[in-house]
Design a protein around this ligand. Structure first.
Ligand code: SAM
Length: 366
């Protein structure tokens, strides 16, 4: 059924589905399942046919040519998070650590009406589309607008309205005859938007901020988040927000790092010292052994024939750490302690997030 969104839940992989092939953590590729196609990777080719009928999340394995080994992929159902990791980049995008935090701060829920500019690659649009009631997204680059229009239609996102617009000069109001996917159902000259959350990922958000009053809800607390990579942009944005009556202004930076938790072998100082002594002892024994071996070889030469046996090195005498052998983490024969390691690199910083809030009509009507 083509009217069903590829992002809506299903169990079984079917012909025509948009599926995401997980090759590795940072290599996920979207495919449209087609029984006549192969999915090629450097590890081998996987037929789409072998995926059809299997449950989403299945592992598909093939035997690597000429080797007695297997290569495998996993076929995943699209979700906004996986789409963000696999989508074709047309611009810089917003990643899940930022988008999830922003939606939470803007109190996004199924009753929210959200404005987003610009659409870019539609990464955040997919996350908004799953969570909010309606998303009004704006993009001024005509090719990107057309690509996003097609993509949102293919992905069956019925709660997204996309408009081709320079929001910094022309604002957010959607009128009849504007290039937009908005469906005018009555005689209204313009769309009623009443947004209660706004997300601006633009190079000059300060130009768009004064134009928001025309489209935000008047009777609610409205939140805005501006996504800017430079602190100078943050400065200019805050100036514009203050001038336009936005309050509770706060700038936040999301720094995502991985924390690795694992067990480390406990090594006492005495054990370490004894092990070093053992190494030294064995080195001395080795020198002695080699000397004996040369003497024996010389003797054999003199005796002309009879070979004396080569002396075997004695086995390691003291090795409390299992060095040289494969010790499984947590092996009960050793003592372990739980440790965490923080990744030195920050993985998810892309921009500064400036939040602000506004209530247009502060008077209460009783
Ligand atoms: N948030 C998007 C995502 O997650 O995929 C990425 C947005 S991208 C960084 C910024 C987009 O804003 C670009 O596609 C650009 O063409 C668009 N843009 C820049 N200035 C604009 C303006 N004045 N009006 C509308 N769109 C604009």
């Amino acid at each position: 059924d083509s009217s069903v969104s590829p992002f809506s839940y299903r169990d079984i992989i079917q012909e025509g589905d948009l599926a995401l092939v997980w090759i590795s953590r940072d290599n996920i590729k979207p495919i449209i399942v087609d029984a006549n196609h192969m999915f090629n990777t450097r590890y081998g080719s996987f037929s789409h046919k072998s995926m059809i009928g299997k449950p989403y999340g299945s592992q598909i394995a093939i035997r690597t040519k000429g080797q007695n080994r297997f290569s495998f992929i996993h076929v995943m159902q699209p979700s906004p998070e996986l789409w963000t990791l696999s989508l074709p980049h047309r611009t810089q995008i917003v990643y899940t650590p930022d988008s999830s935090y922003i939606m939470q701060r803007l109190n996004c829920n199924p009753c929210s009406t959200v404005i987003e500019a610009g659409t870019g690659s539609g990464s955040f649009s997919h996350a908004f589309a799953r969570t909010v009631g309606h998303l009004y997204s704006y993009e001024f680059h005509s090719v990107r607008y057309e690509q996003a229009l097609k993509e949102f239609k293919d992905h069956g996102l019925p709660n997204v309205t996309l408009t081709h617009r320079d929001v910094c000069s022309d604002g957010f109001t959607i009128k009849r005859n504007d290039p937009t996917s908005y469906l005018f159902q009555d005689d209204a000259a313009q769309a009623t938007i009443n947004a209660n959350a706004v997300f601006l990922d633009l190079p000059a958000p300060w130009d768009a901020v004064p134009l928001l009053d025309q489209v935000i809800a008047r009777d609610q607390k409205v939140g805005v988040c501006c996504f800017s990579p430079c602190i100078e942009q943050v400065d200019k944005t805050i100036e514009a927000l203050e001038k336009c009556g936005w309050t509770e202004i706060q700038m936040v930076e999301i720094q995502g790092k991985q924390w690795e938790s694992r067990r480390q072998m406990v090594r006492t100082l005495d054990d370490a010292l004894e092990r070093l002594r053992d190494v030294r002892r064995r080195k001395e024994e080795g020198i002695e052994r080699r000397k004996q071996m040369y003497d024996a070889v010389l003797k054999d030469d003199e005796a002309d024939g009879e070979k004396s046996e080569r002396p075997q090195p004695p086995k390691t005498k003291f090795n409390p750490f299992g060095k040289g052998t494969r010790v499984r983490e947590g092996d009960v024969n050793y003592q372990w302690k739980q440790v965490t390691k923080v990744e030195p690199e920050i993985k998810s910083h892309t921009s500064f997030l400036t939040f602000a809030f506004k209530i247009m009509d502060k008077s209460r009507i009783c």
